[in-house]
Design a protein around this ligand. Structure first.
Ligand code: ADP
Ligand code: MG
Length: 702
C-alpha cells in the first residue's frame, strides 16, 4: 500500500522555497539571494545564473518540462506563456537549458494587454522581470516564476510593480519614524496580509445551463427562491459531503503550493463558503490569493462544481467579498499594530494607529477607488454591506485609549475579564476587551486592520497599494514634524502631535452599525465621501491629491495613474456592455420561447376545455394568461429601451462618459427588464424555463 504523505512533507513540495535554496545553492549564492529577499536589494546576473541552474534541476526532478514568467496584467487575472527547457544540439539531440537571463527577464508581446494608452499598439514590447521575493513553484508540468510586467519605457503594466514600490515606500517612512523614536535596530518593515476569500459553489450542470453565469459570472435574471438566507442556517453549518471533499482536495493542492490555508467554513448565503490562509508578506500573499482563486476553480470542476468568484452572483442573498487583513511588521519581529498589555503607554503602537487613522481618513476616496469594479458595485453602496462610505471601527478599549489621549489623561485598562458561562462543567474563558463589529468597512481586529471592501474576484494588490502609500504619507508628515523637535523632548511631545492629528481625522471613527440609514446621514453630516458607483469614484484617482501622493512616494507616475484610470473605466463599461448583450440575448432567444410555449399550451388547454365542456369557466387559465400577457407587454417595452440604449452607449466616446452612461442608463434598463422577466418567471413552470431557477441552483448541492 502506498504510504500516505504527511502534511508537513506535502506542504510546499512544489515550491522552490528558501529551504530548497539553502540545501541546493552554494553558500555564498544562497546568502546573496536571501539578502535580496530579506532586504529588497538588487540581484546580480552571476547570482541569477547559479540560481537558474539549480532551479532547473529541481524543476525537472519534480516533473517540469517548461518554465513560464507568471505575471499580473491589468486584466485582474494572471498571465503566462510557456517555454520548454529544450535546446537542440544540432545533431538531433537536445539538452535541457535554463539561463540566468531567462530567469531574470522575459519579453512577452505586450500589445494585447490593457495599457490604458501607455503604449501605442505599434510599440509591442513589454518586459517581465523576476521577483525573487515571491517563490517560484511548479504547476501542471511548468516552473512558474513570479514576475513584474513593464512596458518598454519602464512603466508598470501590472499590479505587482506598484505593490512592491508601495511596500518599499511604507518601509522607508516607517523606519525613519521608528529611528527617531529610538528604535535603532529597525532597518526594514514589511506589510503583512491575510485575505479571507468568499465564494459560491454550485452544480456545474446548472452553471453550464445559464449563459449569464457562463459569460458574466453572475445571474442577470432569476426570481428569488422561496427560501434565502433568512433562517441563518448556512453560516458555519455542517459541510455537505461533496463540499467537504472539494475543500479537502483544495487544501491539499494549496498546501503543496506552499499556501498556508487554515480556515474553511460555510458562509451566510446558501451555497456560499469561505477560505482563509495564515497571513504572509503582502507581495507573496497577493500572489497566493491569485493562485488560490485559480485553484478553487480547477478543483471545483473536478468535483462537478463551478466556483463563482463574482461579487454578486445572485440577487437577494449576500454577495462575496475578500477581507484584507493588514498589518506592519519590523525586521526585529514586532507587529507595529499590536497594542500590547498597555496600549495607552505604547507610543510606537499609538503612533502607527493614529497614522493609519489619518491615512484612511485623508485618502478614503482612493481606498474606495482601489476596490471599484463592476461586480463590487453591487455590494458597495447597494443594498448590501459594507457601505461605500469608509469608516474605522476601533472597539471600546482603543476608543477609550484615544479618548484619554485626546484629553491628555492616562488610560486605565480594565484588563481581560473572565466570562461567566453559567455552567460548572465549562472551562473559564477570558473575554476580549471589545466585541467584534461585522459592519465596519475598516475594523481594528486585535493586532491588525481588516479592510472589508475588496470584492471576492479582485486582486488584493490594489487596496494594499493605496493603503501602504497612504500610511507612508502620514508617517512622512509625522516625521517632518518630529524631526524639528529636539531629541530629548520628542517622547514627551509626541502625544501632543498624535492628539492634534487625531482631532483632524477622528470623523472617520465609527463604532456603530454601518448598515443603517442613520449612519449614512451621520456620515454625510461629517463630510465623509459616499462614492456609490465606480464612475463617481474614478475621477478621484486622477485628482491633484492622488497625483501628489503617488508621485511623492514613487509608487505610480502621473502617466501610470492616468492609464490605470482609463483601464478601470474601460473594464467597467465593457463588463456592463457584455452583461447587457447577454441579458438581451437570454430574453429574446430563450426566455420568450418558454413564455410563448407556455401561453400557447395554456390557451390551447382553455380552448380544448371549452370545446369539451362549453360551460367551463377556464378562469384559472385565463387569469394566468392575462397576467403573462401583461408581463409580455412590459418585457417587450423594456427590451426595446435596452436595445436602443445599448446602441446609444456604443457611440459614446470617452471612458468616463461611457462608464457614466452605462451606470446611469444601461444598468437601470437591465433592472427594469429583469423585474418584468422575473415577475413572469414566478408564474411559469420550470419545465418551460430555459434555465435553472434560483431554488435549483442554490439548494442543489447534496
Ligand atoms: P476573522 O476575521 O474571521 O475573525 P481571524 O481573526 O482568524 O478571522 O483572522 C483573519 C485573517 O487575519 C487570517 O488570514 C489571519 O492570518 C490574518 N492575520 C492575523 N494576524 C495578522 C497580521 N498581523 N497581519 C495580517 N494579517 C493577519
Ligand atoms: Mg474577517
Amino acid at each position: 500500500m502506498k504510504k500516505a504523505t504527511s502534511i508537513p512533507d506535502m506542504y510546499g513540495s512544489l515550491v522552490f522555497s528558501d529551504r530548497v535554496m539553502r540545501e541546493r545553492l552554494p553558500k555564498d549564492i544562497y546568502k546573496a539571494v536571501h539578502k535580496t529577499i530579506q532586504n529588497g536589494t538588487h540581484l546580480e546576473l552571476d547570482v541569477a545564473n547559479s540560481v537558474a541552474a539549480v532551479m532547473k534541476e529541481w524543476a525537472i526532478e519534480n516533473g517540469a518540462t517548461h518554465f513560464t514568467h507568471w505575471f499580473q496584467p491589468m486584466t485582474g487575472l494572471t498571465a503566462e506563456k510557456h517555454d520548454s527547457f529544450i535546446a537542440p544540439e544540432g545533431d538531433g539531440t537536445i539538452i535541457m537549458e535554463f539561463s540566468g537571463r531567462e530567469l531574470v527577464k522575459g519579453e512577452p508581446d505586450a500589445s494585447s494587454f490593457p495599457s490604458g494608452g501607455l503604449r501605442a499598439t505599434f510599440e509591442a514590447r513589454g518586459y517581465t522581470a523576476w521577483d525573487p521575493s515571491s517563490p517560484a513553484f511548479i504547476k501542471d508540468g511548468s516552473l512558474y516564476i513570479p514576475t513584474a510586467f513593464l512596458s518598454y519605457g519602464g512603466e508598470a503594466l501590472d499590479k505587482k510593480t506598484p505593490l512592491l514600490r508601495s511596500m518599499e515606500a511604507l518601509s522607508r517612512q516607517a523606519v525613519r519614524v521608528l529611528q527617531l523614536l529610538g528604535e535603532k535596530d529597525v532597518t526594514r518593515v514589511t506589510t503583512t496580509i491575510g485575505s479571507e476569500q468568499e465564494y459560491f459553489l454550485i452544480d456545474k450542470e446548472m452553471y453550464l445551463a445559464r449563459k449569464d453565469l457562463l459569460l458574466c459570472g453572475r445571474t442577470l435574471l432569476g426570481a428569488p427562491a422561496p427560501k434565502g438566507q433568512e433562517m441563518e442556517d448556512h453560516y458555519f453549518g455542517v459541510l455537505k459531503p461533496r463540499v467537504s471533499e472539494f475543500m479537502h482536495e483544495l487544501d491539499e493542492e494549496l498546501w503543496k503550493l506552499g499556501i498556508p490555508v487554515k480556515t474553511k467554513h460555510n458562509e451566510v448565503a446558501p451555497s456560499q463558503h469561505e477560505l482563509a490562509p495564515v497571513f504572509e508578506t503582502a507581495n507573496v500573499a497577493v500572489d497566493h490569493n491569485q493562485l488560490t482563486m485559480e485553484t478553487m476553480k480547477k478543483v471545483a470542476d473536478r468535483h462537478g462544481f463551478a466556483c463563482l468568484l463574482h461579487e454578486k452572483p445572485f440577487d437577494g442573498v449576500n454577495g462575496s467579498g475578500k477581507h484584507n487583513n493588514w498589518s506592519i511588521q519590523t525586521n526585529t519581529g514586532v507587529n507595529l499594530l499590536n497594542p500590547g498589555r498597555h496600549p495607552g503607554e505604547n507610543l510606537v503602537f499609538l503612533t502607527f494607529l493614529v497614522s493609519v487613522i489619518a491615512a484612511v481618513d485623508k485618502y478614503a476616496d482612493l481606498l474606495r477607488v482601489s476596490v471599484a469594479s463592476a461586480g463590487n458595485d453591487h455590494r458597495l453602496g447597494a443594498n448590501e454591506a459594507p457601505p461605500a462610505i469608509i469608516s474605522i471601527f476601533l472597539g471600546d478599549e482603543l476608543t477609550a485609549v484615544l479618548d484619554s489621549m485626546e484629553h491628555g489623561e492616562t488610560f486605565e485598562s480594565a484588563g481581560k475579564q473572565q466570562m461567566g458561562t453559567g455552567a460548572q462543567v465549562l472551562p473559564h474563558i477570558t473575554k476580549d476587551t471589545t466585541d467584534r463589529n461585522r459592519t465596519s468597512p475598516f475594523a481594528f481586529t486585535g493586532n491588525k486592520f481588516e479592510f472589508r471592501m475588496p470584492g471576492s474576484a479582485l486582486s488584493v494588490a490594489n487596496p494594499n497599494i493605496v493603503l501602504n502609500t497612504a500610511v507612508a504619507d502620514t508617517l512622512s508628515d509625522l516625521y517632518d514634524e518630529l524631526a524639528q523637535i529636539p531629541e530629548e523632548e520628542r517622547t514627551q511631545r509626541l502625544p501632543g502631535l498624535l492628539r492634534s492629528l487625531l482631532k483632524q481625522h477622528k470623523r472617520v471613527l465609527f463604532n456603530g452599525n454601518g448598515y443603517t440609514d442613520e449612519w449614512i446621514e451621520e456620515a454625510h453630516r461629517r463630510g465623509l465621501d459616499d462614492l456609490r458607483a465606480l464612475p463617481d469614484a474614478m475621477p478621484r484617482w486622477i485628482s491633484d491629491k492622488s497625483v501628489a501622493l503617488f508621485t511623492k512616494h514613487q509608487v505610480l507616475t502621473k502617466e501610470e495613474l492616468f492609464s490605470r484610470y482609463e483601464m478601470v473605466l474601460e473594464n467597467y463599461y465593457k463588463a456592463i456592455h457584455i452583461e447587457a448583450l447577454t441579458l438581451q440575448e437570454m430574453v429574446r432567444k430563450d426566455f420568450i420561447q418558454g413564455l410563448v410555449s407556455y401561453t400557447k399550451d395554456l390557451a390551447q388547454e382553455a380552448s380544448l376545455k371549452r370545446s369539451l365542456l362549453p360551460q367551463a369557466a377556464c378562469s384559472l387559465e385565463e387569469k394566468i394568461l392575462e397576467g403573462l400577457e401583461a408581463d409580455g407587454v412590459q418585457i417587450a417595452q423594456a427590451l426595446d429601451t435596452l436595445h436602443t440604449d445599448i446602441r446609444t452607449a456604443e457611440k459614446i466616446e470617452g471612458a468616463q462618459e461611457s462608464a457614466e452612461y452605462y451606470e446611469r442608463t444601461v444598468l437601470k434598463d437591465m433592472e427594469q427588464l429583469r423585474a418584468a422577466v422575473d415577475h413572469a418567471e414566478e408564474r411559469i413552470p420550470d419545465s418551460y424555463l430555459p434555465y435553472p431557477t434560483y431554488s435549483k441552483i442554490l439548494f442543489s448541492t447534496l
